[in-house]
Design a protein around this ligand. Structure first.
Ligand SMILES: Nc1nc2c(ncn2[C@@H]2O[C@H](COP(=O)(O)OP(=O)(O)O)[C@@H](O)[C@H]2O)c(=O)[nH]1
Ligand SMILES: [Mg+2]
Length: 223
């Protein structure tokens, strides 16, 4: 499968919320559960997707991916190997995806055959949280190499996330990161988000993450 690459130049900031609303409608019309995967560069968003996608496929979930990066198609190429539809968006400098970019992505995906669309946002702990995209479910990927206090330093992203995935737990012995302390900091900004600890390297708890996401997809389909 070849990757479609889209270069974004135009700034449509003022219309963002309106377009996000239209995106949400498109997802509803097509019965697609949509996910916005956020987190800092290198937290392991793509690594988690690489482990998660086979689990989704094995469970009969057809998934498309919109990859957001400032430049390049590294991540699109990593995901394309799984034989699922991928659109690589290049923001051309913007540190986040905006709703009109998601629209372009949606227009280039075979929506009628999909149960789920996962958006991997541009790696950044600030800006992606400020722009509505029209997706159903926000996930923040944190990693143990970033430091346990990040939820309180970057509260917006953590506060708008329904699920917080703590990645790179295979490195816990190498870094000074207290998982319990991290949870306490998460709870200071978000009392209800689900927390799942994983390793995108060893695959630890990826099945639990997949089960949780599949459960959410099925709940969405019923609603
Ligand atoms: N040890 C370890 N390394 C990881 C893990 N997840 C990702 N990485 C590494 O972290 C780096 C960034 O991962 P990537 O998936 O590109 O992060 P992204 O920028 O958030 O998409 C790569 O070198 C990965 O191999 C993990 O769970 N454990
Ligand atoms: Mg990535």
């Amino acid at each position: 499968m070849t990757i479609k690459r889209i270069q974004i130049g135009e700034n449509l900031f003022a219309k963002n919320d309106e377009i996000a609303g239209e995106n949400a409608k498109i997802f509803v019309e097509n019965q697609i559960f949509s996910i916005n995967l956020m987190g800092s560069p290198g937290s392991g968003k793509t690594a988690i997707l690489e482990k998660l996608i086979p689990e989704l496929i094995n469970n009969g979930i057809s998934c498309g991916v919109i990859e957001g990066d400032i430049a390049g198609s590294f991540d699109g190429e990593r995901i394309e190997r799984f034989g699922i539809p991928v659109v690589q968006i290049n923001t051309g400098g913007a540190c986040h995806l905006e709703a009109h970019m998601i629209r372009k992505g949606i227009e280039n995906l075979p929506l009628s055959g999909l149960d789920m669309v996962i958006v991997e946002n541009v790696g950044n702990l600030v800006c992606p949280a400020e722009f509505k995209l029209g997706v159903d479910f926000n996930i923040t990927v944190a990693s143990v190499t970033e430091g346990e206090e990040k939820p309180v330093k970057y509260p917006l992203m953590y506060s708008i996330s329904e699920l917080i995935v703590l990645n790179k737990v295979d490195l816990l012995n190498a870094v000074e990161f207290r998982v319990e302390k991290f949870k306490e900091y998460v709870r200071q900004v978000n009392v209800q988000a689900e927390l799942i600890n994983v390793s995108g390297k060893t695959g630890e708890n990826i099945k639990i993450l997949a089960e949780y996401i599949i459960k959410k997809t099925k709940q969405y389909e019923k609603s």
